[in-house]
Design a protein around this ligand. Structure first.
Ligand code: JFZ
Length: 590
């Protein structure tokens, strides 16, 4: 008995060791703990590409800065010369970390090696690194690790595992190495990637996470080799989703995308402050701090983390405008961070005309982007009794409120009686509601105070097989006219409404298709319309996807109660295959 038990224990141990200590769900939970609490991090894209800063041979190279070697097809021998000139003597690790900390960020993810293949750390595995190949001779990762320790921020590394334009066997460089048949990706992977990731996890103390990228050709074996290596060397270190093959601890949203991702796995969205990751001298397309704060709150309201990028110069300076924007976000964070750290997605399945909601422990945080013009604030559908309402900017001065419930139809109204004017914060004033029990809300769509009805695509019933929700919660690939959508919703204040359909352009405005004939059926009436460009809708949360408004017509709903609305195409124009890219249908009170 004892012998066979001992034997099985030993067997178990052997199995565990041989399989590279497989990581369990419990391990993953433990790793995610700090990350869930942190919510807000700094991305840093820094490398040789900061020297050309968007220009090659006197010409501006379009696109993101860190891709200049690829976009301008710069030969390895030419690009390598940048290393001899890279001398960021004004780099100050403590100052960088202080910028992150002052913004309210809890972790830093810095490019240890980007697609250009140049290691920004001391590497024995490749001489093509900042200590050996530049006049700088310092290891900025070592200095950052120490500064992060001092200031209580988690240091994390970005590492490009597939694309390496410096290596003949890496992915992506077909100008120096055009012969694909000669390439052996696994040779590069074992000779450079594995040793360098090992260095990152053994030379700099505790690492919060490794942010892999562009998984492309990664096999299941390679993804798991990498994830296991990380988890074996540092069991507390997370691996992001772009390690490939679903082997990450959490998912990464598409770049610059605020996803609709409620209830799915943990996720994070990487966002640029201007339009580039790596420094570009002439990219002055900075997002306002208002947009940044909205994006932060929107991401968190969907349960995601927000990773905001800076691209330091070749001298080692974080651009002044970036520092300013982050300081502004930090000002907001100083007042409102209770609604950020450790928060989870809001309980409602939709956003509000005024903003979004995040959840805390026994609290709801209302992020009010559009402050009411009147002196009251109304929320429908909250069933839980609240004990207190207050502005995070004015704690200790509770706001008077009343909660009402009517039956037939069942309706819940919370009214905050006196709210101050003007808005306490022009970008996002946060109201905290302290709950007396578990949060319970009406999840069916309903007309909002102010009488507007918004029917988002992600809450529609989609009758079709090709039209599908993308990760933004937008219906894509709707090209068949026999596919249609419908919604159910509650109306509490009847009246006349102007209906408009909101559709989305492709990313960066690269294409939009209209001319579709549709019918909208609601309340026993049918409206005919053509989806056409009647104007642009401001879409600051997802600024790289412009939204288009199409007017449909007006409709009168003359009694309160439940309604159904259907949107059916009679024809869809889709020469490019985009078709009807549906964001929502809106009913504006008239
Ligand atoms: C990648 C990199 O190529 C880029 O240089 C930068 O580092 C960025 C953070 O990540 O670019 C991507 C990767 C994935 C998507 C878009 C851009 N995506 O899934 O939409």
């Amino acid at each position: 008995m004892t012998r066979s038990r001992n034997f099985s224990l030993i067997l178990l141990l052997i199995v565990a060791l041989c399989s590279g200590a497989p990581s369990t769900d419990a391990d993953r939970e433990r790793r995610l703990e700090w990350w869930r609490d942190a919510r807000f991090g700094m991305f840093i894209h820094w490398g040789l590409y900061a020297l050309p800063a968007g220009y090659w041979n006197g010409r501006e190279v379009p696109g993101i800065g860190e891709w200049i070697m690829n976009h301008a097809q710069i030969p390895v021998k030419e690009y390598e010369k940048l290393a001899a000139k890279f001398n960021p003597i004004r780099f100050d690790a403590d100052q960088w970390v202080a910028v992150a900390k002052n913004a309210g960020m809890k972790y830093i993810v810095i490019t240890a090696k980007h697609h250009d293949g140049f290691a920004m750390f001391n590497s024995k595995a490749s001489k093509y690194n900042i200590v050996d190949a530049t006049p700088f001779h310092r290891d900025p990762m070592k200095e950052l690790a120490a500064a992060c320790q001092r200031q209580g921020i988690r240091l994390c590394f970005y590492y490009s595992q597939t694309q390496d334009w410096h290596e003949p066997d890496g992915i992506g460089n077909n100008w120096d190495f055009p012969d694909e048949s000669k390439k052996d990706f696994n040779r590069y992977f074992q000779a450079k990637v594995i040793p360098q990731v090992r260095e990152l996890l053994t030379q700099y103390g505790p690492v919060g996470l490794i942010w892999f990228d562009t998984p492309r050709n990664m096999t299941r074996e390679q993804s798991s080799q990498l994830a296991d290596l990380v988890h074996t060397l540092q069991p507390a270190c997370l691996v992001n989703g772009r390690v490939g093959n679903g082997m990450g601890d959490y998912d990464s949203a598409g770049d610059n995308q605020i996803s609709f991702a409620k209830g799915t796995r943990e996720w994070e969205t990487p966002v640029t402050l201007n339009d580039t990751w790596g420094f570009k001298r002439d990219d002055n397309h900075w997002k306002s701090s208002e947009v940044l704060i909205h994006q932060l709150a929107m991401t968190l309201s969907q349960g995601g983390n927000y990773l905001l990028n800076v691209g330091p110069t070749a001298e080692g300076i974080i651009p002044r405008v970036s520092v300013e924007r982050l300081a502004e976000v930090g000002q907001w964070m100083k007042v409102n961070s209770e609604s950020i750290y450790g928060s989870t997605a809001g309980p409602y399945p939709y956003d509000f005309p005024w903003g979004v909601m995040t959840s805390g422990k026994s609290k709801l945080f209302l992020h009010v982007f559009h402050w009411p013009k009147e002196n009251t604030f109304t929320l429908y559908g909250l069933k839980t009794k609240i004990g207190r309402a207050e502005l995070l900017s004015n704690r200790g001065w509770p706001i008077q409120f009343k909660q009402q419930r009517t039956k037939d139809p069942e309706h819940y109204t919370l009214t905050l009686l006196i709210v101050p004017q003007p808005a306490p914060d022009a970008a996002d004033s946060v109201i905290a509601l302290t709950l007396t029990g578990k949060p319970e809300v009406v999840t069916e769509l309903q007309q909002q105070p102010g009488r507007k009805v918004t029917l988002p695509a992600h809450l529609a019933e989609i009758h079709g097989s090709t039209a599908k929700l993308d990760t933004r919660g937008v219906v894509e690939h709707w090209t068949k006219k026999d596919e249609w959508v419908e919604w159910k919703f509650q109306v509490s204040q009847p009246g006349t409404f102007a209906i408009r359909v909101i559709t989305s352009e492709q990313k960066y405005g690269n294409g939009w298709e209209g001319g579709h004939h549709v019918t909208v059926g609601v309340g026993g009436k049918t409206l005919d319309a053509v989806i056409k460009n009647d104007g642009k809708l401001d879409n600051p949360g997802n600024p790289y996807w412009p939204y288009v408004i199409s007017k449909v017509g007006t409709v009168t709903l003359d009694k309160a109660g439940e309604y159904q609305l259907s949107l059916k195409p009679q024809s869809i124009e889709s020469p490019k295959g985009y078709g009807l890219t549906l964001v929502s249908l809106e009913m504006e009170p008239m």
